[in-house]
Design a binder for this molecule. Sequence first.
Ligand code: GRF
Length: 233
Amino acid sequence: MGGSPHVTADTASPDFILNEDYRRKQKNILVLVSGNGSNLQALIDAELAGRFSVSTGGQSGVSGSITAVISDRSGAYALERAGTAGIPALPEEPNIGLSKAEQRNCLSDRLLYRARKHQADIIVMAGFLSILQGEILREYENRIINLHPSLLPKYGGPGMYGSKVHKAVLAAGEKESGCTVHLVDEGTDTGPIILQRKVPVLPEDTAESLAERIHREEHIAIVDAVVLMLNKL
Ligand code: GRF
C-alpha cells in the first residue's frame, strides 16, 4: 500500500527515544490545596530555584515539577497563585448533596482520576482540608504527603485543623509546637512521619502568633519533604 510508512516502536527516531527518557526523569507533582496557598507558593519558588532537581544514587537525577494544582474550594487564593505561575489549576469541590462519607469517597475518586490524567508521581497535600480515602490511597501508597501544623502524634486526628490545633496546644500549656510532614494512610494524621520542625511556644502567644511562627517552618518543611520524596523515587 502507498503513503508514508507507519512509525513503530522498532523504527522510532532517536528524538522519540530521548523524549521518552526525559519524561521518565521528570516527576510530576500534584499539589492539593484549600486556602491561601502560602505553602504552595513555597513549593513553586523552590522549583524555580532548582531545589527539585535531585541526583539519585550517583545516577543522573530526577527533576520534580508541579504540573497541576487542585483545590477543594473554588475561591481559594491558592488557585490564583498557581495561575500566576502558569500551572494548570482547577477546583474539585465536594458534592454538598451527599453524606460526609459519600463526599469523601466521591472527591477522592475524582482526585484519583485527575492524578492519573496528569500522570502524577507525588501528591502533596499543602493545606488541603479534605480527607482522602479509597483507591487513591492504595494506588499512591507512600506517594501522598500531608502537612500538619503540630508535632504529631500530638494534636492530630479528626477535627484537628487550623486554629483549633494551636488553641489546643496553648490550652495544654505546651512549651513547644511545630509542624509535621507525614505519609498519608487510611487514618487521619496517622501515617509515618517524614520530618518535623519545632518552634517554641511563648508565654504571650495567641493562636494567631503561634500559627504564624509555625507557618514559617511549614514553608521549609514542605519543600524539604518533597526533596526527600524525589530522592526516593
Ligand atoms: C497550614 O497551616 C497547614 O498546616 C494547614 O493549613 C495551613 C495552610 O496554609 N493544614 P496555606 O494555605 O499553605 O497558606
